[in-house]
Every structure is written in structure tokens, then in C-alpha cells.
Design a protein around this ligand. Structure first.
Ligand code: NAD
Ligand code: ZN
Length: 358
């Protein structure tokens, strides 16, 4: 493997309150004759005013993404197949929603041109052909999915992204107005994904100055909105959207750590969602991120959030072993968090007692 990662970034970025109104102008040059633009919209927006602002032309189509569960490979495959059957090809896929919808949009774009199932491409650099033109429009801030080179999918045998140079969006539209009505809890969980990315990246062994610069900025912005600010206003939406972007850029050159590695186990076995799962785990990581956990608990209390407890009570040995297997399989995360000899530090027994606390 080469020494330095040469990573692909998103093609174009537009930022600003109201920038969504420029979507028509942005996508017009990418329209191909008789091939529609497909707007994949988070189901939360069904019947909401945002849908009326989508610049539909000709055979364009709005598809609502049911994100009750996080994206699955079979959902991606079915959606791509449906579009191929109906239209042959499409001009582009425009994902409008939270991290789940953004990941779905990236994956469907790739599956419009790559043969087989998206499950075949879960891993690193397995995707063979560029997908169709893809645009990401986040409506929640925190995951960094808008800038990342992966799309997290649950497949038949694992939860892993299609991580490739073809995965990043061609265009992202960062309009903080779109996050304005997010419920307090959801905004917190997704926002904490960013905070946790920063802590894991900044305290990880993979850190370099590139990652650090973005990570520190993102952390500063998270603190402004969740620690310093009284109440919530549009400046918070603006700041959290940039925190998410910078947090994603920080991870591009480093890795996440313990909270994510443990949370993946919960998600695999119990279907716990990414944001809330990370929070449930972070709450018990004082051995690994002592200062951050104090600050995290402060933010939980200040923002009036009640985290679920006891989610692992009543699980069998078999269940615990499954979570431990999934979690320990996330080797780069552990290595980033604990160093090269992480296997001596994070034993199965230690991880089991951590899961038992959740
Ligand atoms: P989400 O996309 O799962 O959405 C959570 C809920 O919020 C849903 O019910 C959705 O309908 C609703 N919602 C979305 N926008 C809203 C708005 N403006 N107002 C009100 N409700 C709204 O949540 P998320 O935390 O943004 O994303 C989590 C997903 O992102 C997971 O699937 C995770 O695996 C993925 N992820 C991907 C990456 C990556 O790099 N690709 C990184 C981190 C997380
Ligand atoms: Zn995350």
C-alpha cells in the first residue's frame, strides 16, 4: 500500500442559506436527453413544502426513501433495478435527506452502472465503474456522509460501505435552512456523530496535521452550538452544517475509534441507529476519552437529552459474541484508537464488560 492516501473529494460544493434554490441551475448541464433526474427524498419530507421546490422537468421523478431502517444492500439493488427497468438510464440521482438518504443516493448511483449486487462492492476499492451523476443535499448535520468516500450499507453478511474513489458526490448543496426543523433529539444524535468523529480522530494514532486542522475546527463549532449556546437559532444550523463538513474532512485522512467500533456491534445485532448508538457508547468511554466523556455528559444534560439505558440487558452469550465479532472486525478503528498492539488492549472479555454496561 502506498504511504500516503491520495483521496478523492466531492466535485463541487455550494454553501448558503437558500442555496437549494439554485439546484435547477446546477443540475441543468447534467441533464441527458430522455434520461430523467431522480430525486431521492427522505420520507420525512413527504407532503412538506420542500417537495414543491424540487426542480422537476419532463420525466423526472421524486422517490421517497423510507429510512426507518438504515440502508440495506437489497434496498439499494431493488431501487437501481427499478430505475433501470423503467428508464434504461437516468441523468442523475439527487439525494435529499439525512445520512441514510445520502448513502442510499450514492449507492444507487453506483449500482446504475456496476453489475451484480451492491453487496459485492462492500469493502475498499471494489467498485469498478463511476456511477451516474450524483448530488447530495443534507437535511441533518453531523454524519459527514456529504463528503465521505463511503456509503454505509447493511448487507447479507456484514455492515460495511462501498468505499471507493467513485463514491463521493459530484456535487453537494449545503443549505442550513433545510436542517431548521429537525427534532431536538435527532439533531443532537446526528450532531454528536460529528463531535464523536472529532474526538476519535483527534485522539487517534492516525492523526496528521491535515486531519487535525479540520477536526479542531469541527470540534470548536460543535462546542459553540452544544456547549456555549443558550437555545437554538439559525446561526447554530449554519455552524453545525460546517462542523459536519469539516468533521468529514478530518476523517478522510484519519479514522474513527472506540465509540464507532462498539456502536457497529449494537447496530448489527440490535439495529441501533448510528447517531444514538454512538451516544449510548460514548457515555461509557471514560477509560478511553476521559475529558471528552465529561463534556459529552454535560452536553447531554444541557440539551435535555435522555439516553436509553440497559439496551444489552437480557442478551445471550451468543448475542454478545456476535457483537464482539463485528466490533473487533473493525480493525482500522481499533488500531487508530489504541495503537498497533490494540489486540492486547481490547480483549474479548473487556469488550464484553463494556457491552454489558450499555
Ligand atoms: P438519518 O438519515 O438516519 O435520519 C434520521 C431521522 O431523521 C429519519 O427519521 C429521517 O426521516 C429524519 N430527518 C432527516 N432530515 C430531517 C429534518 N430536516 N427534519 C426532521 N427529520 C429529519 O440520520 P443521520 O444521523 O443523518 O444519518 C445516519 C446514517 O448515516 C446511518 O445510516 C449511518 O450509517 C450513516 N453514516 C454515513 C457516513 C458516511 O460516511 N457515509 C458517516 C456516518 C454515518
Ligand atoms: Zn459516525
Amino acid at each position: 500500500m502506498s504511504k500516503f492516501r491520495n483521496f478523492k473529494m466531492v466535485g463541487y460544493v455550494i454553501y448558503g442559506r437558500g442555496s437549494f434554490d439554485q439546484l435547477d441551475e446546477i443540475i441543468t448541464p447534467h441533464r441527458k436527453r430522455d434520461a430523467p433526474m431522480i430525486f431521492l427524498v427522505d420520507h420525512f419530507f413527504e407532503g412538506k413544502p420542500l417537495v414543491d421546490k424540487i426542480p422537476l422537468k419532463g420525466r423526472d421523478r421524486v422517490l421517497f426513501a423510507d429510512v426507518t431502517y438504515e440502508p440495506k444492500t437489497k434496498v439499494v439493488d431493488a431501487m437501481a433495478q427499478q430505475l433501470k427497468d423503467e428508464y434504461g438510464t437516468v441523468s442523475g440521482i439527487i439525494g435529499i435527506g439525512g445520512g441514510s438518504t445520502l448513502d442510499l443516493a450514492k449507492a444507487v448511483s453506483l449500482m446504475m452502472t456496476n453489475p451484480g449486487s451492491s453487496a459485492d462492492y462492500q469493502g475498499w476499492d471494489l467498485v469498478r465503474y463511476p456511477g451516474v451523476y450524483k448530488v447530495g443535499v443534507p437535511t441533518l448535520s453531523g454524519t459527514g456522509a456529504e463528503v465521505s468516500r463511503t456509503t454505509v450499507l447493511t448487507g447479507p453478511t456484514r455492515k460495511l460501505g462501498m468505499n471507493s474513489d467513485y463514491t463521493p458526490f459530484d456535487q453537494i448543496v449545503l443549505d442550513p435552512q433545510l436542517t431548521a426543523n429537525a427534532p431536538v433529539n435527532q439533531r443532537f444524535y446526528t450532531g454528536m456523530d460529528c463531535y464523536i468523529h472529532c474526538i476519535e480522530s483527534l485522539q487517534g494514532t492516525y492523526l496528521n496535521e491535515f486531519s487535525k486542522s479540520y477536526g479542531e475546527k469541527a470540534l470548536e463549532l460543535c462546542r459553540k452550538v452544544f456547549v456555549e449556546k443558550e437555545g437554538w437559532d439559525e446561526v447554530c444550523d449554519n455552524q453545525l452544517m460546517m462542523a459536519s463538513y469539516a468533521g468529514g474532512m478530518s476523517i478522510a485522512y484519519s479514522q474513527v475509534g472506540v465509540a464507532h467500533a462498539v456502536s457497529y456491534g449494537l447496530s448489527y445485532l440490535l439495529g441501533t441507529k448510528h447517531g444514538i448508538g454512538n451516544c449510548i457508547v460514548m457515555n461509557h468511554l471514560e477509560d478511553y476519552y476521559p475529558e471528552a466523556v465529561v463534556e459529552f455528559k454535560y452536553m447531554v444534560a444541557k440539551n435535555g437529552i435522555t439516553l436509553p439505558e440497559g439496551i444489552c440487558s437480557g442478551l445471550s452469550d451468543d448475542d454478545f459474541n456476535k457483537m464482539i465479532d463485528v466490533s473487533l472486525g473493525m480493525k482500522p478503528l481499533w488500531e487508530n484508537a489504541l495503537g498497533k498492539n490494540w489486540e492486547q488492549v481490547m480483549t474479548r472479555q473487556k469488550l464484553r464488560s463494556l457491552y454489558e454496561k450499555l
